[in-house]
Design a protein around this ligand. Structure first.
Ligand SMILES: Cc1ncc(COP(=O)(O)O)c(C=O)c1O
Length: 420
């Protein structure tokens, strides 16, 4: 018998965004193990130097005096104080943000943070007005599709598209369309972005922050790939901070996705609201990963390995894939690769694609290559827009050979479907 679900229960028991297509991907990969070139993975790689660092701090924790306190006791909902202090010190020393403990919240991964924020700041308010969670530039992280308990509160805006070089493009926020006002609950975007690798410029971010500040609206800057850790940034960018900014970080791409460590830095009133939400939902996040993170931040090792190991690894992969696509793809087809400015994915736009992105995904599967069709990366963008079905996400977690083989396979399919 089906359970009787509430409206919220119904919404939350559906797979949203890319998780829906992931079911097909997992089944496909299992169907003929070893036969597939997998360019779909969202999981970051385990890089040996980074793993060794986490292992070392684990050993120190096990051998040290804090172990019992860390795993054997409940703690503050705000987070494990040594980690909070490490974050405060880091950002005051390196960015002069002038923050205190009250400006920091630790969550079980940053996904949880977006869930808390989307429902704290978004949804129906006491006057019955719908306060929207605004995504200023779509496409963006597919996980935002599931965070609002009030489905209709998520609202995304189409971007402006700049062709920046032959076969290269970049999305920009379309400030002529973007509306932030009385009924905006919060603004949310990833920088660098998943799936595109786009980095909004400092000026663009400041403009969004200023628009939102006029209405006292928090701006959540999802910095899951940003500096200082994991520092998956291949272009110039500065973390932007301000009274209405919630700077949101994750240690997942710095080698710790299993430990679920998310960090929010912001105005203490916003942090307090989110902390209470967390106390109700989860009491607090697991302290084990937080204790490792405190050591890795304090020693400077996390920032150092981010700069010297994590960033160069993925930047090199982005260069390998770009070169392979330039070599293999037909010049007379209007294909465009998003400018690789960061993160762990490449984003390919096939303008005027004669079939849908899902059909293209199936065609590419026939070549034993798996990519992710792009349509699930437009959460909150309800209007029809052909572009939504013209894109693919390619993971940079694959090896150089796999990226080369994948690019060749995509090129063969593209030639076929465009009739070239
Ligand atoms: C842009 C972005 N934000 C947030 C997350 C969620 O990360 P976590 O909950 O592991 O911190 C991801 C995960 O892939 C991501 O790509």
């Amino acid at each position: 018998m089906q359970p009787h679900l509430s409206l919220i229960g119904h919404k939350m028991s559906q797979l949203t965004g890319v998780r829906a297509i992931m079911k097909d991907i997992v089944e496909t990969l299992q169907s003929e193990p070893g036969k597939w070139t997998n360019l779909s993975a969202g999981n970051p790689l385990i890089l040996p130097e980074v793993e060794a660092m986490w292992r070392e701090y684990t050993q120190k924790l096990l051998a040290g005096p804090d172990f019992g306190e860390v795993v054997g006791r409940y703690g503050a909902s705000q987070g494990y104080m040594p980690l909070i202090d490490a974050v405060v010190d880091w950002f005051n020393t390196h960015y002069h943000w002038g923050i205190t403990r009250r400006n920091v919240l630790i969550t079980p991964g940053s996904q949880a943070l977006y869930f808390y924020a989307a429902n704290c700041f978004g949804g129906y308010d006491a006057e019955g007005r719908l306060r929207k969670i605004v995504l200023p530039l779509s496409p963006d992280y597919t996980g935002y599709g599931g965070v609002t308990l009030t489905t209709e509160s998520l609202h995304a805006y189409k971007p402006a598209i700049d062709i920046v070089a032959p076969h290269r493009f970049k999305y920009r926020p379309d400030f002529d369309q973007l509306h932030i006002g009385e009924t905006t609950g919060a603004v949310l975007f990833s920088r660098p972005g998943n799936p595109t690798g786009n980095v909004l410029t400092d000026t663009e971010v400041q403009r969004i922050v200023d628009l939102a500040a006029a209405y006292n609206v928090p701006v959540l800057i999802d910095s899951a790939y940003a500096l200082p850790f994991p520092n998956l940034v291949f272009t110039a960018m500065t973390p932007v901070f301000g009274e209405n900014v919630l700077h949101c970080m994750s240690l997942s791409k710095a080698g710790l996705p299993g430990e679920r460590v998310g960090i929010a830095i912001g105005d203490e009133r916003n942090i307090h609201a989110l902390e209470c939400f967390q106390a109700n939902a989860a009491i607090h996040s697991s302290r084990y990963g937080q204790a490792l993170a405190a050591q890795a931040i304090n020693s400077g090792e996390l920032a150092r390995l981010s700069e010297t190991v994590i960033k160069p690894h993925y930047q090199h992969k982005a260069e390998v894939l770009t070169a392979a696509l330039d070599r293999e793809m037909p010049d007379d087809v209007p294909w465009y690769l998003h400018k690789a400015e960061g993160a762990i994915f490449a984003w390919l736009w096939l303008k005027d694609l004669p079939i849908s992105d899902k059909q293209l995904y199936q065609e590419i599967k026939k070549e034993h290559v798996i990519v992710v069709p792009g349509a699930s990366f437009f959460p909150g963008l309800n209007e029809d827009w052909p572009h939504k079905e013209q894109c693919l996400r390619i993971s940079l977690t694959a090896t150089g050979e796999e990226l080369g083989a994948g690019a060749a396979a995509i090129a063969r399919v593209v030639k076929r479907v465009y009739g070239g």
